[in-house]
Design a protein around this ligand. Structure first.
Ligand code: UD1
Ligand code: CA
Length: 464
């Protein structure tokens, strides 16, 4: 079995992006550019059953890239290109920093800034190489009506060469066939060619593209779908590729039975799972590692981050849910905010202008209007009136509120934590509760009312 080493180029400065983060880590549908490329490589080697090693060549802002990729546990090697002297120089580091790479049969060169690449494309390049063993190298190419910025392909009777935009003449710039930056090369040929590279060009860089020569056994393999080779060099291109990724994800979901109303307005991150039969309404956004179970509905403008929405839950419009769980058939919003570490039980209801933080609502609890529930646990079937507040913070520390099962809390009640309210108790409207209430207790804590008949108009007159 032949072995393949992957050289994933991620050392470049990405100057044209004009942002402070390394290009490889630019966000793309909840992942980064380099994640998409690594996932495509992994899926290719898995499908084709190829023994492989993946090395990421880092340089500019290398610590950030390494720290990030370590959290992903992809099992890749990091090789440092000390100075960014071009893609050819990056490949030299690939071999000098890890000499084992010289022992692979083939080297697949991949750029970290082309996140749309697909498994099938790797497979096609691989099959071409297998079927034509005399070839030393293949470059994947495609045609663009506006080829600006890419290396142009100069085909010859045999072989071809690549001329970079900066070095091209006006007529060469008219060539629409361009270099994708994806190459499969015999490792022995690559080593031989790297020795001979020079940097006599407008950029003063060592171009990897110079390994392709006329009158030699190299092939430019043209692909008809230019989209997946789109590289990210500018923020506009980052937006363009992200939108393509987003549409791909949405198509996959719709084809599996997820109903999307105006799919183009809906954002679902790459790693979010959405079950068939879920309805997603316009302008909702599902981020991170969220998961939405069968039959749930997410209405207009709601935002779900790293949360689990269980079967048939309804998230009414303009609600924001973060790092939380919403139980089966629960109802949230409209205009509710569920902050991290909350758990809303089955058939529970969290209505408009309610904020939850680190709180657990058991089955059937209702907090229907204008309330703040923080650091609290509320037992089954309790009903919390309008304008309820857990006073959980004393200026220094946060304290817990515990409310039992079947409790009735009237409107405009504040409970000063730490506090315990027993099962089936009753808290009268307008109370400020500072002491624990036992089960079945009735608590009322408000000033008693005075009414003076016929006083209103006299009172107002006195004011004038
Ligand atoms: C490169 C190709 C060009 C091709 C285009 C496709 C060369 C000389 N040109 O140009 O023909 O059309 O990709 O997108 O190869 N990198 C390093 N070390 C360096 C320089 C770059 O690791 O010293 C990495 C970058 O991080 C990036 C990749 O190599 O992932 C490509 O570099 P970039 O500067 O984007 O090359 P292009 O100018 O786009
Ligand atoms: Ca590029």
């Amino acid at each position: 079995m032949k072995t393949v080493g992957f050289a994933l180029l991620a050392a470049g400065k990405g100057t044209r992006l004009k942002v402070d983060i390394p290009k490889a880590l630019c966000p793309a549908l909840g992942l980064t550019l380099i994640d998409h490329v690594i996932l495509a490589i992994k899926s290719f080697t898995h499908q084709a059953q190829i023994p492989n090693e993946l090395s990421v060549i880092v340089g500019h802002k290398k610590e950030e890239i390494i720290d990030y990729l370590n959290t992903k546990k992809y099992g890749v090697h990091y090789l440092v290109q000390k100075e960014q002297r071009g893609t050819g120089d990056a490949l030299r580091s690939y071999f000098s920093e890890r000499p084992e790479n010289k022992r692979t049969d083939y080297t697949f060169v991949v750029c970290a800034d082309t996140p749309l690449i697909q498994t099938e494309t790797f497979l096609k390049i691989w099959k071409k190489f297998e079927s034509e063993p005399h070839l030393n190298a293949i470059a994947a190419t495609f045609k663009l009506s506006d080829p600006k910025g890419y290396g142009r392909i100069l085909r010859a009777a045999s072989g071809f060469r690549i001329i970079e935009e900066k070095d091209a003449s006006d007529t060469e710039r008219l060539i629409s066939e361009v270099n994708s930056g994806f190459y499969l090369v015999k490792t022995s040929y690559l080593l031989e060619q790297l020795d001979g590279l020079d940097n006599k060009n407008k950029s003063g860089e060592f171009y990897l593209t110079d390994i392709f020569k006329t009158n030699s056994a190299v092939e430019a393999l043209e692909f008809k779908n230019p989209q997946e080779f789109l590289g990210v060099n500018t923020l506009e291109q980052l937006d363009e590729v992200t939108n393509i990724l987003r549409r791909r994800k949405n198509s996959t979901l719709m084809n599996s039975g997820v109903v999307m109303y105006n799919a183009d307005s809906i954002w679902v991150d790459q790693e979010v799972s959405v079950a068939p039969g879920v309805h997603l309404h316009p302008f909702c956004a599902l981020y991170g590692k969220s998961s939405v179970e069968q039959g749930a509905v997410i209405e207009n403008g709601s935002i779900i981050k790293n949360s689990l929405i269980k079967a048939q839950a309804q998230i009414h419009s303009h609600s924001v849910i973060e790092d939380s769980v919403v139980g089966p058939k629960a109802q949230i919003g409209p205009f509710a905010r569920i902050r991290p570490d909350s758990d809303v039980g089955e058939e529970a209801k969290v209505g408009n202008f309610v904020e939850l933080k680190k709180s657990k609502l058991h089955k059937g609890v209702k907090v229907s209007h204008l309330s703040y529930v923080g650091d609290a646990e509320i037992g089954e079937e309790s009903n919390i009136g309008c304008g309820f507040i857990t006073c959980n913070y004393d200026g220094r520390e946060k304290h817990k509120t515990s409310i039992g099962k079947g409790v009735f809390v009237g409107s405009d009640v504040q409970v000063v934590a730490p506090i315990k309210i027993g099962d089936k108790s009753f808290i009268a409207a307008g109370s400020t509760i500072t002491k624990d209430v036992p089960s079945d207790g009735f608590a009322i804590a408000r000033g008693s009312q005075t009414t003076k008949e016929g006083m209103a108009h006299r009172f107002l007159k006195a004011k004038k």
